[in-house]
Design a protein around this ligand. Structure first.
Ligand code: SF4
Length: 212
């Protein structure tokens, strides 16, 4: 997928959407989360404006022990945020199905990170979570993945826009990299001593890390 709209300011769009909310009401947002470290800053930003439920749908992660470890760290983050800020955030964990997930990505295993394999991977996880949002009557859907320096925010938002055309839940445009989002996330991650993985998730990214 090409970067169709590089000049759009998705951060400004997120603020414009929030400005339409009645002051006494928090819409229900289903938030796709890939791991605790990536969720740190988006959660502090979003919980002020939404009632947030997290969808941890990440069958891309290999091996399963790593998937479980990232999930455990996410749960630890949610407990800490509840204790320190009173944020009560629900967590949905669908079944882990790496083998079937990887079948579709495997033909593109040799491609560099950020290329076609990754765009398929973003879309698969967002589509799964988006379907859950539709089925459970959420007001908005989005993903935390725009916080990642390795992931293109315009590409992720373009996928969100395309998915919105065949889902009933509105897509919440966002860019969590903006306004120092990456540094703010690192500060929160360090504050809670969260585990920070050194590869993205799949076999290909693990092999690339080992090669380095
Ligand atoms: S590198 Fe990350 S985004 Fe790309 S295919 Fe692997 S797990 Fe998915």
């Amino acid at each position: 997928m090409k970067n169709h709209e590089p000049t759009r300011n998705y951060y400004a769009e997120s603020l414009a959407t929030i400005a339409t909310f009645p002051s006494h009401q928090k819409p229900r947002l289903l938030l796709h989360v890939c791991c605790g470290p990536c969720a740190c800053y988006p959660l502090t930003f979003l919980c002020a404006h939404f009632s947030v439920t997290i969808y941890y749908g990440n069958s891309n992660i290999y091996p399963q022990e790593e998937y479980e470890h990232r999930l455990a760290e996410l749960k630890r983050l949610l407990e800490a945020l509840k204790k320190d800020y009173g944020d009560s955030i629900d967590l949905v964990v669908p079944p882990y199905r790496h083998d079937t997930y990887w079948e579709e990505l495997k033909p593109y295993a040799a491609l560099p990170e950020g290329g076609y394999r990754c765009q398929l991977c973003y879309r698969k996880r967002m589509e799964e979570a988006y379907t859950y949002a539709d089925e459970h009557g959420f007001d908005y859907f989005t993903t935390v993945m725009t916080i990642s320096p390795q992931k293109s925010s315009p590409i992720l938002n373009a996928i969100g826009a395309e998915l919105e055309t065949h889902h009933k839940t509105p897509y919440f445009y966002s860019d969590f990299k903006k306004k120092g989002g990456i540094d703010k996330g690192i500060t929160i991650r360090k504050q809670y001593g969260l585990y920070y993985q050194d590869y993205c998730g799949c076999e290909a990214s693990l092999a690339a890390r080992k090669k380095q």
